[in-house]
Design a binder for this molecule. Structure first.
Ligand SMILES: [Zn+2]
Length: 120
């Protein structure tokens, strides 16, 4: 099933809309705020991809733009790919854990807790 991606003009979230088939009519509504004021993201029809697919597609010869990281699934991919390219794959288990913490917000909480304890 193809997925169209939109940016909600009200709350700025990225919205994915499943469509039965390319070219079929669809009603796109932001699932966060309910707005139908959505902007289609440039001709992107994406299919659910594995992280391996995302890694394979990532071009590390240039910096990904800021929009890239609005999709939390992309957090850490650049670092992972660079490490793989540099042959540092033995460090990957740790990186996976750090990236997972980054995506879930746990890393931020740990930083904040550490910063707080230093201030005491
Ligand atoms: Zn919205």
């Amino acid at each position: 099933m193809p997925i169209y991606e939109f940016r909600c003009n009200q709350c700025r979230r990225r919205v994915e809309v499943f469509v039965r088939a390319v070219g079929q009519p669809y009603q796109a509504v932001c699932d966060a705020c309910g707005s139908s004021d959505l902007r289609r993201l440039v001709s992107r029809v994406v299919h659910h991809r594995t992280e391996a697919d995302r890694l394979a597609e990532l071009d590390t010869s240039r910096e990904p733009g800021p929009d890239y990281y609005r999709d939390s699934r992309n957090i850490g991919l650049y670092a992972k790919k660079r490490m793989a390219e540099l042959g540092m794959t033995e460090l990957m288990p740790q990186i996976d854990e750090i990236v997972e913490k980054g995506r879930s917000g746990q890393l931020l909480k740990e930083y904040e807790a550490a910063a707080e304890s230093r201030e005491l």
